[in-house]
Unconditional design. Structure first.
Length: 152
């Protein structure tokens, strides 16, 4: 069965420029990765859960913020892992310097028997579309292109 995730692409207009909010995954594997490592805040859809509600829940779990507004559904994308990501664009704002992310247990180093708590997201940021195109996971770039066409 194909795994499905849902997420929100938060955007704002600053001095006429379109900016998007992206998050960087936490944990030692991602610690030194930057270009092509960032993502929209997203996570797995629970059994029977409405995908938009899953996207809103995941955004809040990973950032501490719960955006409100007119959610515009974007075309789903398939990531390299095969996972399908359902996304919605929503205009809004939040302070990227004060995010609060939930954590998960991770055995580190692998097969060491030592477990650490790792934040799902270790940082967030606002990026103009050119910078975001470099930062975001390759499969999610189409979401930025679609947003560019929606917003104009």
């Amino acid at each position: 069965m194909v795994k499905r995730s849902a997420g929100l692409l938060l955007y704002r207009l600053r001095e006429g420029a379109l900016e998007v909010f992206l998050v960087h995954p936490g944990g030692p594997f991602w610690a030194k990765k930057d270009i092509g490592a960032w993502s929209i805040p997203k996570g797995e859809i629970d059994e029977g859960e409405d995908p938009l509600e899953a996207a809103r829940r995941e955004f809040e779990e990973e950032t501490g913020f719960r955006p409100e507004g007119a959610f515009r559904e974007l075309k789903p994308v398939r990531q390299r892992s095969g996972k399908i990501v359902h996304a919605w664009a929503v205009e809004g704002d939040c302070d990227d310097a004060v995010i609060r992310s939930n954590t998960f247990p991770l055995e580190w180093p692998p097969r060491s028997g030592r477990w650490i708590d790792v934040p799902e997201v270790d940082r967030a940021g606002w990026f103009d579309l050119d910078a975001a195109m470099e930062k975001i996971l390759e499969a999610q770039r189409v979401l930025l292109e679609e947003l560019r066409h929606l917003v104009g």
